[in-house]
Design a protein around this ligand. Structure first.
Ligand code: FE
Ligand code: FE
Ligand code: ZN
Length: 276
């Protein structure tokens, strides 16, 4: 069974969010760990989380994916920004343990002029300070499109981050189809070649989630504009191959397409109808 869902808002609580996922035919979902631009996280409601966990079990949900706020940048040249990243992620990972055995995704960040190598060093430093022995959450580096000074648009960069993390078994990768395509990985015409490259450098066992987005921008553009599935430069045929690729079996697919809830519902049912 295809594990597919979309980004949803947890503003009405975790259980309400899980119910909404079921309503749209999803068996996973992504949510922001806190306000995507701000820093305030809601208090944990244990009863609400307990109800969500029961709902997930009852409906055979795959792993859930928390997404760190966009303002989190562990490799900024600004020290306060790095400090914010440290505090936020550290707090998020503690909170994630109320929802054990799930996934936490973040953007490796933008080096803002310090250079990629220095950026990688700072990201590794962050991870070595926030990951803890005994955590059940897997932390995912998201593949980026390479706009501006973004780190993580090359598999080599992700590999060199993971290589230097002490608690490597807590680390994985979330592949964003829009981002990799715009970063110059041709998942439209050579999906298997891209997966081979990923496997050789990082290892496919590290690939733990996929953001399923079409792209408004062309191949290798280093831009980051998501499009509805089948309406962008990647195209529907490529998505049919992606969701049916044997090596991507059992990996959760999360939509971050420009849609309201009805649009997500339609995309999920369309993708389910294409699943073999
Ligand atoms: Fe993201
Ligand atoms: Fe993404
Ligand atoms: Zn994006």
């Amino acid at each position: 069974m295809l594990i597919i869902g979309s980004h949803l808002s947890i503003s009405k609580g975790f259980y309400a969010c899980g119910k909404q996922a079921v309503d749209i035919g999803a068996n996973t979902f992504q949510f922001f760990s806190r306000n995507p631009r701000g820093s305030k996280a809601k208090d944990i409601d244990k009863e609400d989380i307990k109800k969500l966990i029961e709902l997930c079990e009852k409906n055979n949900f795959g792993k859930l994916l928390a997404h760190a706020p966009y303002t989190l940048n562990p490799c900024s040249k600004d020290e306060r920004t790095r400090q914010f990243a440290l505090e936020t992620m550290s707090d998020d990972l503690k909170r994630m343990e109320y929802l054990p055995n799930n996934l936490y995704n973040f953007h490796p960040g933008s080096h803002t002029g310090q250079g990629t190598e220095k950026g990688i060093e700072e990201i590794v430093w962050l991870l070595n300070n926030v990951l803890f022995e005994g955590q059940t959450t897997t932390v995912l580096l998201e593949t980026m499109s390479g706009k501006g000074t973004e780190v993580g648009s090359r598999f080599e960069e992700l590999k060199s981050i993971i290589d230097k993390v002490e608690l490597k078994d807590k680390m994985g990768v979330c592949l964003d189809t829009c981002h990799v395509y715009c970063a110059g990985y041709d998942i439209k015409n050579d999906l298997d070649g891209v997966l081979d490259e990923f496997d050789n450098l990082i290892g496919l066992e590290r690939l733990r989630a996929i953001h399923l987005n079409d792209s408004m921008q062309p191949f290798n553009s280093h831009k980051d504009r998501h499009e509805k599935i089948g309406e962008g430069s990647i195209g529907l045929d490529a998505f049919e191959r992606i969701i049916n690729n044997k090596r991507l079996k059992n990996i959760p697919f999360l939509l971050e397409t420009p849609n309201e809830i009805e649009g997500y519902k339609k995309e999920i049912s369309m993708l389910r109808s294409m699943a073999k």
